[in-house]
Design a protein around this ligand. Structure first.
Ligand SMILES: Cc1ncc(COP(=O)(O)O)c(C=O)c1O
Length: 409
């Protein structure tokens, strides 16, 4: 049984007060809070096992290496990766996508090739491809969205063709809450002889993910959005592709032999893990994944689906509010705006009520422009949020609105 009140007890920060008010944390798409188990894992790692990994033979180094490699196995299982050789620790989604855009893009893209993205990409799945296109002469094409915020799949079928070398797309939108049909996009990519990269920053924390079922070639996500520490994320790639790619960063650990004039590369996944990694953070991510797996991602998804629907319904009762994204099949986040109020003012006033939401372009400037606004406000929910917190958001919004209305008069 999914017991949200029990779950909340695992998250010490949820006890915090903002002034006189109880914290209502609704900025989970930016980063999630951490359960005690993750915090204690980090402390235990530093208090009992800390050492550098893979190099020394002393006891602590062996323990640290074991903990790090166990975390890799846990994350691989969590994402449905068929092996651990393709599971590379990075700093997060941004670094994972940069890795592919550099190590694959610079090697394989040529003038006339096309990389197909969507209008809804986070800057971290857009800017790395702009840089790769600039350096290689490849061209970027964009799948547009329909009015409801879903991808125009007919246009996707037209855009993905013989020139396409890569299709790179968010699994779930951090602005619209849309869940994209990435399985279908992967099929289209493969029919065209292209590869498929999925930005899973907003899916891995919230939905059951199986990279085999998605049919993608690369999958990226961030630990800090899925209960883990900052500074660690994941790139999963098909090992045969990673094998052929050039390294991303050069340095210690990623080499087999180094001569003054050339070097050879270590086996996967170490070829892509140059220098001292974020060891404690990776171990912490392992603990986060244990926590999520024990809750069960189907149940997490169901809880957030219901909460998201409830929030969408309650928010839509506020007169004049504009809600963005599809009505159904969405993740647990809602972007909105109120007439005559800048989202920044809105989130500042909500903060005084103890309600933490986000406002701005959400690192998706082209999408925000496409929506015809300068910014939106966004409430994003996670596995520990409750209907009472949605009510607190709605009530605070109504109060803020009344205050602002009076102010405007
Ligand atoms: C869809 C999406 N992609 C990528 C990122 C970047 O993640 P990170 O900053 O952890 O690298 C985010 C973060 O907000 C995101 O929402």
């Amino acid at each position: 049984m999914y017991d949200v009140e029990e779950i909340r007890k695992d998250f010490p920060i949820l006890e915090r007060r903002i002034g006189e008010k109880k914290l209502v944390y609704l900025d989970n798409a930016a980063t999630s809070q951490k359960p005690r188990r993750v915090i204690e894992t980090l402390t235990a790692y530093y208090e009992e096992h800390n050492a550098n990994i893979h190099r020394a033979v002393h006891r602590l180094a062996e323990e640290a290496t074991k903990a790090y490699e166990e975390a890799r196995e846990k994350v691989a299982v969590f994402l449905g990766a068929p092996e651990t050789t393709g599971l590379i620790f990075t700093r997060g989604t941004t670094e994972s996508i940069n890795l592919v855009a550099h190590a694959w893009g610079r090697k394989y893209l040529r003038e006339g090739d096309e990389v197909v993205l969507t209008e809804t990409e986070h800057h971290s799945n857009l800017v790395p491809w702009q840089l790769a296109a600039r350096d290689t002469g490849a061209r970027l094409r964009f799948i547009p969205i329909l009015e409801d915020g879903t991808l125009d799949m007919e246009e996707a079928e037209r855009l993905i063709g013989p020139r396409t070398k890569m299709v790179a797309c968010i699994h779930a939108s951090n602005v619209l809450g849309t869940i994209n049909l990435v399985e279908r996009l992967a099929e289209l990519a493969h029919e065209a002889g292209a590869l498929m990269l999925v930005d899973g920053a907003q899916s891995a924390p919230h939905l059951p993910v199986d990279v085999k079922k998605l049919g993608c070639d690369f999958f990226a996500c961030s630990g800090h959005k899925m209960l883990g520490p900052t500074g660690v994320g994941v790139l999963w790639g098909r090992p045969e592709l990673l094998e052929e790619m050039d390294p991303f960063l050069g340095g210690g650990e990623m080499i087999r032999e180094v001569h003054l004039d050339h070097s050879t590369w270590n086996d996967l996944p170490y070829k892509f893990e140059a220098g001292t990694m974020n060891i404690a953070q990776a171990v912490g991510l392992g603990a986060a994944v244990d926590y999520l797996s024990e809750l069960g991602m189907e149940d997490v998804r169901e809880h957030e689906r219901r909460l998201g629907e409830y929030a969408y319904r309650r928010l839509s009762e506020i007169g004049g509010i504009v809600l963005y994204g599809p009505k159904e099949d969405r993740t647990g986040l809602v972007s909105f705006s109120l007439p005559d109020m800048h989202p920044h003012d809105l989130s500042q006033l909500l903060d005084e009520e103890g309600v933490a939401i986000r406002s701005g372009h959400h690192c998706c400037q082209p999408l925000i422009r496409r929506l015809g606004v300068v910014a939106t406000a966004r409430a994003s929910f996670y596995l520990y949020n409750t209907e009472e917190e949605v009510n607190a958001l709605v009530e605070a919004l109504v109060r803020v609105r009344e205050f602002f209305g009076a102010f405007a008069r």
